[in-house]
Design a protein around this ligand. Structure first.
Ligand SMILES: Cc1cc2nc3c(=O)[nH]c(=O)nc-3n(C[C@H](O)[C@H](O)[C@H](O)COP(=O)(O)OP(=O)(O)OC[C@H]3O[C@@H](n4cnc5c(N)ncnc54)[C@H](O)[C@@H]3O)c2cc1C
Length: 504
């Protein structure tokens, strides 16, 4: 049998980023994907039970990191034909009494809308938004090496002293903001519920009790990117556009993808000099067994999975009838109420119970991409936080939560379906029990995922992990794949310099 250069198991954004990087270096690459279509957490598919002519984002929908991550900036989605569009309002936080927090792309407009908290918002977010390249490099770095933490900073890679120096001040600001917003002092900065809740809604993406450092890190990165160049973009046509661009590039450089190929055992792998796993540590352990050293296996077994999400997709006959009409101008709405309500909801989930008022994330793709709407039917993407392994259908709980801020919502729903957390892994094995982050977002695992080893990607000679279970963690940024692939190029193939990823 022919010996391949590299096999990538899994075709999520990290797996494809790895595959593209390897193929562009001239290697023969084959991707094996368990599901019938490629893309993992970046797939957009029809759901015939809901509508014949609409498509739905199965997992990710909103993509600030798909333009801002160093990998995607090098790859250049725009040059690969992907149109990223950002709404004028990145995200909104509806509150009772006809109030709402609104994060405009324009930071000054956001601050003006926050009244007495305008200056406090500006002080916290403006320096990070101004230094978004450095903040993104640090947040999406490999959490191990200076070079890997400074990829994409102004002035070039970390090898340049100027690149390293330019990241010091933004790094200190990011660290100080993280300590403030991730700890007990988080309530001191803002006076109004609008500002407190607006930032908390973003922190809640981490699915942790709040405040938390993982939540604060998420909130500060994403809040900064809302005001930076590309905003909270959605790809025209859905997340699949990102996957399709990566697949086209891979195939143009000689790589291949086999779908419907679940790898369950070492024998399912074709012979190759390097294997990169876009999977959970649990899957690698079961596939590779004693090909990984005893201490490394023990460390991987200690990897912790997190709480979960239940997905609820709706078809609407009209846009959501928000009490505050401006909320409908945002593609992303955090439906969780006040800061205190979100804290209660996330605490309940952390304690293994279903909150009465769950944290709901909502995206209306038709706001930024009108082509997603067909006649009088529009898709609405939501998910709610639930305890790991939850089997509950969250449709009614999500509907009630939206109704609080959009009375009459129920009347515009013409169809819905729920994927309970316990079913998420049926369409993506990387979400065990519905853990959409492929690993708990604890402070320890923010830095030491999947294990505290000096190299978080290489598990054994020729064996690498490259999924969201590695640094920098969840999100469609391709960074885990990129970091892992470049290590594999160096160690297995002695290739030090990777050529550009953008189209010629
Ligand atoms: C409901 C939901 C909403 C989200 N929203 C957003 C969002 O709006 N923005 C954002 O940036 N991120 C979002 N995310 C997170 C994002 O989708 C993931 O973090 C990202 O897709 C991780 O990429 P990955 O390549 O590591 O793994 P995945 O995208 O999870 O892909 C892993 C792939 O590996 C395959 N695989 C696993 N095991 C095997 C095996 N043994 N054999 C063969 N194939 C295998 C899987 O089938 C899958 O295709 C969301 C996730 C979910 C679930």
């Amino acid at each position: 049998m022919t010996l391949l250069d590299a096999v990538v198991v899994g075709s999520g954004p990290n797996g494809l980023a790895a595959a593209v990087t390897l193929a562009r270096a001239g290697l023969g690459v084959r991707v094996l994907e368990a599901q019938p279509t490629a893309g993992g957490g970046a797939r957009t598919l029809p759901v015939p039970e809901l509508a014949d002519d609409l498509v739905f984002d199965l997992c990710s929908a909103v993509h600030p990191m798909a333009w801002a991550s160093p990998f995607f900036r090098a790859f250049d989605l725009g040059a690969h034909g992907v149109e990223l569009v950002a709404p004028e309002i990145a995200y909104a936080q509806p509150l009772g009494g006809g109030r709402a927090g609104l994060a405009f792309r324009d930071l000054d407009r956001t601050a003006d809308g926050l009244g007495p908290d305008g200056d406090a918002w500006r002080d916290l977010i403006a320096p990070l938004a101004d230094s978004w390249r450095e903040v993104t490099a640090l947040a999406l770095g490999d959490k191990r090496t200076v070079r890997g933490m400074l990829e994409g900073v102004r002035g070039g890679p970390a090898s340049s002293a100027w690149g390293a120096a330019s990241a010091v001040r933004p790094g200190l600001r990011f660290g100080a903001a993280l300590l403030e917003q991730g700890g007990p002092r988080w309530d001191r900065r803002f006076l109004t519920e609008e500002a407190k809740a607006l930032l908390t809604g973003v922190a809640a993406h981490a699915i942790t009790p709040l405040p938390s450092y993982a939540g604060a890190g998420t909130a500060l990165l994403l809040a900064a990117l809302a005001h930076a160049d590309g905003g909270w973009a959605v790809p025209v046509g859905g997340s699949q556009a990102v996957t399709d661009a990566l697949v086209r590039d891979l195939e143009a450089h000689g790589g291949t993808i086999e779908t419907g190929r679940a790898v369950e055992d070492w024998h399912d792998l074709p012979p190759a000099r390097a294997v990169l796993f876009d999977t959970t540590p649990r899957a690698v352990l079961s596939i590779m067994g004693d090909r990984i050293s005893v201490p490394r296996r023990a460390a991987l077994r200690r990897f912790r999975y997190g709480n979960a999400a239940a997905k609820v997709d709706f078809v609407l006959s009209e846009p959501v009838p928000w009490t505050v009409p401006d909320v409908g101008r945002a593609s992303t709405v955090h439906v969780g109420g006040t800061r205190a309500e979100m804290v209660i909801a996330e605490d309940a989930v952390a304690n293994g119970t279903h909150p009465d008022r769950p944290m709901v994330l909502l995206s209306d793709p038709g706001v930024a991409d009108p082509g997603r709407v067909r006649g009088n039917r529009r898709p609405l993407w939501t998910y709610a936080h639930v305890p790991a392994g939850s089997t509950q259908d969250l449709t009614e709980a999500v509907t009630r939560q939206i109704e609080r801020f959009a009375p009459g919502f129920r009347d515009v729903v013409v169809g819905s379906r729920c994927i309970p957390a316990s079913h998420m892994e049926l369409h993506n094995a990387n979400y065990p029990g519905g853990d959409i982050s492929s690993g708990a977002a604890s402070i320890w695992q923010m830095f030491a995922r999947p294990t505290p080893a000096p190299d978080p990607y290489q598990l054994a000679e020729g064996v690498y992990l490259c999924s969201a279970s590695t640094p920098p963690g969840p999100g469609v940024h391709g960074m885990g794949g990129w970091h892992a692939a470049r290590r594999a190029l160096l160690r297995e193939f002695d290739i030090r310099h990777v050529l550009g990823l953008a189209p010629a």
